[in-house]
Design a protein around this ligand. Structure first.
Ligand SMILES: C[S@@+](CC[C@H](N)C(=O)[O-])C[C@H]1O[C@@H](n2cnc3c(N)ncnc32)[C@H](O)[C@@H]1O
Length: 269
């Protein structure tokens, strides 16, 4: 199960194989009863639904359930598109890579902070009188542009090429915030008052370790939706949006705290 959690693609393959075996069994039973076309459509539906169910049973994140549900239909479409030229698939792949390269590499997909959460972050920077704010993995840069100004410098760090380009252009045009093309792991956090991250459960222990090493006393690490395992947040803000967004606030003190993931719950320090 740990291998599946670390490499969800293994779970996805198991789900498709299990669904494929089910389809073969059903097709064998109905071979003389249904014509070939009906068998094909039934097989496609069973393959998709069974694969999605197995993915769910394996405990994979919900976006993998959707991928496994849609994959058989996409494959059938691609195999039946014999007259189509190959280049649109190549172009599609490159475009997807330019936008979503971090999904495979870092297990961090692209989804954006909503308006209510941005407003909560704005009230947080006001409350704390923050002068420097950084969004690690800034996506399209909406949070950075919303929080820059009033004497505050907001920076976004983004490594997906196309996402960086679009957000950097928007920031230049609106003259709000600064977006740098950089990896979050090589970003210096020592000068920041508030470090914001909306990533995934995967990098949280490593991110907390980095924050603990680099951030100054009195500064704040804020994680949207994903808590640091084994570390008690200084505060948790639950917002009144549809997804009941939680902001986990970790106040940085001196470097005396226990490290993240060492078993016992540690106070954020
Ligand atoms: C869930 S999105 C959040 C976007 C933005 N912070 C927001 O809240 O609207 C996460 C972003 O982090 C970026 N990302 C993931 N790993 C990264 C890394 N190692 N270095 C820089 N950016 C990264 C992804 O490309 C993606 O745009």
């Amino acid at each position: 199960m740990r291998a599946i959690r670390s490499y969800p693609i293994i779970g996805a393959v198991i789900a498709q194989v299990a669904a494929g075996v089910t389809v073969i069994a059903i097709s064998a039973g109905l071979a003389g009863v249904l014509d070939a076309q009906s068998l094909f459509w039934l097989g496609l539906v069973v393959q998709s639904v069974a694969a999605a169910l197995v993915t769910r049973l394996l405990g994979l994140p919900v976006w993998w359930v959707w991928i496994c549900l849609c994959f058989p239909a996409a494959l059938a479409l691609a195999l039946n598109a014999g007259e189509l030229p190959a280049w649109p698939f190549g172009v599609g792949f490159v475009v997807l890579y330019l936008f979503f390269s971090n999904t495979a590499r870092e297990r961090v997909p692209l989804y954006l902070t909503n308006r209510l959460t941005t407003e909560a972050l704005l009230s947080l920077v006001h409350q704390r009188g923050a002068r420097r704010f950084i969004d690690l993995g800034s996506g399209l840069g909406g949070v950075v542009r919303a929080l820059d100004g009033e004497g505050r410098h907001a920076t976004g760090v983004e490594s997906a090429p196309m996402v960086w380009l679009v957000s950097a252009l928007l920031s230049k045009i609106q003259r709000r915030g600064e977006i740098v093309r950089q990896d979050i792991w090589s970003t210096d956090l020592s000068g920041e008052d508030i470090v914001y991250a909306f990533l995934s459960p995967e990098p949280m222990p490593q991110l907390f370790e980095k924050a603990r090493r680099e951030m100054k006393p009195g500064s704040l690490l804020v994680s949207n939706s994903f808590a640091v395992p084994g570390v008690e947040a200084s505060e948790i803000w639950e917002l009144a949006d549809r997804r009941k967004t939680r902001l986990y606030l970790y106040e940085m003190h001196q470097a005396e705290a226990a490290s993240a993931g060492d078993g016992a719950a540690a106070k954020a320090s």
